[in-house]
Design a protein around this ligand. Structure first.
Ligand SMILES: *Cc1c(COP(=O)(O)O)cnc(C)c1O
Length: 439
């Protein structure tokens, strides 16, 4: 996270809250404390330079092989983030009509959009066909029939790839492992040939590719290689039977460093999979999500209170599980940094939010400098599956998102207000105009 670094006192940009002489955490050229004070907390902050550097590193790793990078939007679907990649030639991997809408709104070329997900509705299929996407990644036979039907009604042919489930262990958290036989995704390699033949027999679909995606936060290369070998073998058989496989969609899943993981670099992934895929003469599609955005963002929160029981110390902050659910949903680790360093004594504490749930924590038993109320903390590596998984639980407005470019920052999503919370809700007339006791 080279774009999130401490700078010594005296380096503060205008508006910093630093009066203590501690080191100050910057995003590019802007002190996080400045954004926290001006935009309020909690706030997600993304570095434009990190986003684009990550995209370019991934892209360059596959230099010389025809490829398309379809950013997995569920990791971070903010229009400004998606536009940053689209401007570099990136496409989008969407998993809903809403993500398709966002991708188009952000300016992603439809011919660079792939659409996955086990539950595509007719309405979503229709929107994608009208937009003219690159391909649908098909997860089941019934879905294939539905797509054929909608395409027939619109008088078009739907480009499709079959998502195969290569039955390999991605060696990641079970909730984000998708390539095992027991998972709901894709069709098994054994059944795939039959499914391809069925697809070929349908009048309104055109087989153009094959897709796999085995899981997320992968920190080893071998599951990629093992699964792609199986997929490549199937591609060979498909081609020899005359199927027009133009695209091999490798999926996403490359892990990032949250604590001390040592995930492969994109260049290492490229070196390992090139020999498996190179000779098949296909365009490769990649669907990286986390690896592009995870370490390009953090969540800045403010310390509200401290509290100690006989068992534990708690630091209560203004961000909760509704703002960042990964710690409680996946037992995920996020580093927590002081936005302005102090030399306060260390203690071990749970960092918890204001939500009325025991599962509402950002960190457990974490060694921290004892913070003062009002102090800002940065929850690092929060650019992926952070804001996109946030909710209004406990009627908390969703937080603001900010993008930093050099020494400027931009609010790329305003903080929701209370009116946003109730927009769309209605009290039916029969309930009366006022509460009964007022009448
Ligand atoms: C979630 C997902 C991705 C992205 O996964 P990352 O681990 O964030 O890279 C890519 N493709 C599909 C089909 C997905 O569901």
């Amino acid at each position: 996270m080279d774009d999130f670094i401490y700078r010594g006192p005296g380096a503060q940009g205008g508006g910093s809250a630093n009066r203590t002489g501690g080191e100050e955490l910057f995003c590019e050229g802007v002190p996080l404390s400045k954004i926290a004070r001006e935009v309020g907390t909690p706030v997600y902050i993304y570095s434009y330079h990190t986003l684009t550097r990550h995209f370019r590193v991934f892209d360059e790793a596959f230099d010389g092989i025809p490829h398309v990078i379809c950013f997995a939007m569920k990791a971070n679907s903010n229009l400004a983030v998606v536009r940053s990649f689209a401007a570099l030639g990136g496409g989008a991997d969407v998993v809903s009509g809403g993500e398709l809408f966002r991708a188009l709104r952000a300016g992603v070329m439809p011919s660079r959009i792939v659409y996955a997900g086990v539950g595509k509705t007719e309405r979503e299929i229709e929107a994608a066909l009208k937009a003219g996407i690159l391909m649908f990644n098909i997860e089941s036979q019934e879905e294939l029939l539905a797509i054929d039907k909608v395409a027939g009604r619109l008088g078009v042919r739907a480009p499709i790839a079959l998502r195969v489930n290569p039955d390999v262990d991605a060696k990641t958290h079970p909730y984000i492992s998708t390539g095992l036989k027991k998972n709901k995704f894709g069709v098994s390699i054994e059944q795939a040939m039959d499914e391809y033949e069925r697809a070929e027999g349908l009048p309104n679909v055109e087989v153009v590719g094959i897709h796999q995606h085995i899981g997320s936060q992968l920190t080893e290369i071998s599951p990629f290689v093992d699964s792609l070998k199986k997929t490549a073998e199937l591609v060979g058989r498909l081609k020899s039977r005359g199927f027009g496989i133009k695209y091999i969609d490798v999926g996403g899943g490359l892990g990032i460093r949250y604590l001390n993981e040592k995930p492969p670099l994109p260049s290492e992934l490229a070196r390992a999979i090139r020999p498996v895929l190179e000779d098949l003469g296909c365009t490769l599609v990649f669907e990286p999500g986390r690896v592009l955005v995870g370490n390009a963002g953090c969540l800045v929160t403010k310390v509200l209170y401290r509290k100690s029981t006989q068992e534990k110390n708690f630091v209560i902050v203004d961000a909760g599980m509704n703002d960042l659910v990964r710690p409680t949903l996946y037992q995920a680790y996020h580093e927590i940094k002081q936005v302005i360093t102090t030399d306060a004594p260390e203690f071990s504490a749970d960092v918890v939010g204001p939500i009325c749930e025991t599962g509402d924590f950002l960190a457990k038993d974490r060694a921290l400098r004892v913070p003062q109320p009002g102090e800002f903390l940065a929850v690092m590596s929060a650019g992926a599956y952070g804001f996109t998984m946030s909710s209004n639980y406990n009627s908390r407005p969703r937080v603001a998102e900010v993008m930093v470019d050099g020494d400027r920052y931009y609010i790329i999503r305003r903080r929701e207000d209370y009116e946003d919370l109730v927009s769309g809700e209605e009290i039916p007339e029969f309930l009366g105009e006022k509460a009964a006791h007022d009448a």
